[in-house]
Write a new protein. Structure first.
Ligand code: SF4
Length: 334
């Protein structure tokens, strides 16, 4: 059975962008693969090192969200990154196999540095050693659990390629030890925000969270961006530039053809259209909210799930680090 390694930074609740872009698919993959889901708290600290409380709280929230969308702890191991010290050891070994200029050239890292500069200004927040090195830490995550299939969006392919380069270099120097991972490309790598932005994101203020109350979902749906040329209720409009139609599609509304035809022919008002979407959206979120409520009321169960998943992950990572040290001939006194 192939092994899937996937991870997510604990920086808040999951939103629909996470669900449709990646996480929802993990619930299917866990049936066919040995699955490890890393709560990447160490990586989250690269951006939040001054506020670890935020990260710690998010570990539990994120785990509750994962369980609520159908991740089955009997099929998938959910674990906490910082409790696997072998990842940190591997990161140190791998850091000798990557040049600084190669990290700076990594397109994903370059984009993130650009975003940081836009946010903090050229002379604002400077890039830390930890941030620049996170692709190396990701290579350690992947190889520690012998992950050979990695679910990614196309924007993350450069990170995976960086990992493959590290693996090849390690194997060339020390002998074939590590597995070269392959990408499992997500069908919907990026989900648009409610405002029409190409990406849904917490900091962009355009996300619908899985933990949003019905009232919050209502407010967000009713303020979604529609075709600006539709002024009157009977004006024909273009659903392809309307976020309400986009979410009707995403949610899988089986009335989609009617929505599209009525919109184009001016037979549908935007308020009614949004109300229909809201009803479908709440229907979709209902079982998620029920499970969230259950797990929030049973935090001891969430802790047990995390402990169990972390123990299994620790055992796997211990095996890997032994093999790596043996290959590097630093297995003193073994
Ligand atoms: Fe969008 Fe619906 Fe209005 Fe058409 S009728 S513009 S699909 S909200």
């Amino acid at each position: 059975m192939k092994t899937i390694l996937t991870g997510i930074r604990p920086t808040g609740h999951l939103h629909l962008g996470h669900y449709f872009g990646a996480v929802g698919n993990w619930a299917k993959l866990q049936n066919d693969y040995e699955t490890y889901i890393e709560i990447a708290d160490v990586q989250a600290l690269t951006d939040n090192f001054e506020s670890p409380d935020k990260v710690i709280k998010s570990v539990k929230d994120l785990t509750v969200d994962l369980l609520s969308i159908g991740i089955d702890p009997n099929k998938a191991n959910i674990f906490i990154q910082s409790l696997i010290p072998e990842i940190a050891e591997l990161t140190i070994f791998y850091s000798n196999l990557v040049t600084i200029s190669r990290l700076e050239r990594n397109p994903t890292v370059k984009t993130e540095i650009k975003q940081k500069k836009e946010l903090f200004g050229e002379n604002g927040e400077s890039i830390t050693y930890g941030f620049l090195g996170y692709p190396v830490s990701q290579a350690a995550d992947i190889t520690a659990f012998k992950g050979n299939l990695i679910p990614v969006g196309d924007d993350q392919l450069p990170l995976l390629e960086q990992c493959r380069e590290i693996v090849r270099k390690f194997n060339n120097i020390y002998g074939k030890t590590l597995l070269e991972p392959e990408a499992y490309l997500s069908k919907f790598p990026r989900i648009k925000g409610t405002d029409g932005n190409e990406k849904m994101g917490k900091s962009l203020g355009n996300a619908i969270f899985l933990a949003d109350s019905d009232e919050e979902v209502k407010r967000k749906v009713m303020s979604m961006v529609t075709d600006p040329n539709k002024i009157k209720i009977n004006d024909p409009a273009n659903p392809d530039i309307c976020m309400v139609y986009y979410y009707h599609k995403l949610i899988g509304n089986n009335n989609l053809t009617t929505v599209c035809e009525e919109c184009k022919n001016g037979k549908r008002g935007c308020v009614a259209c949004k109300k229909e979407l809201l009803s479908k959206m709440l229907e979709f979120l209902k079982p998620v909210h029920e499970k969230q409520k259950y797990y929030n009321e049973h935090p001891e169960e969430v802790d047990e799930i995390l402990k169990k998943g972390t123990k299994i992950a620790q055992e796997k990572a211990k095996e890997t680090i032994k093999e790596v040290k043996r290959a590097m001939k630093i297995n003193y006194f073994e």
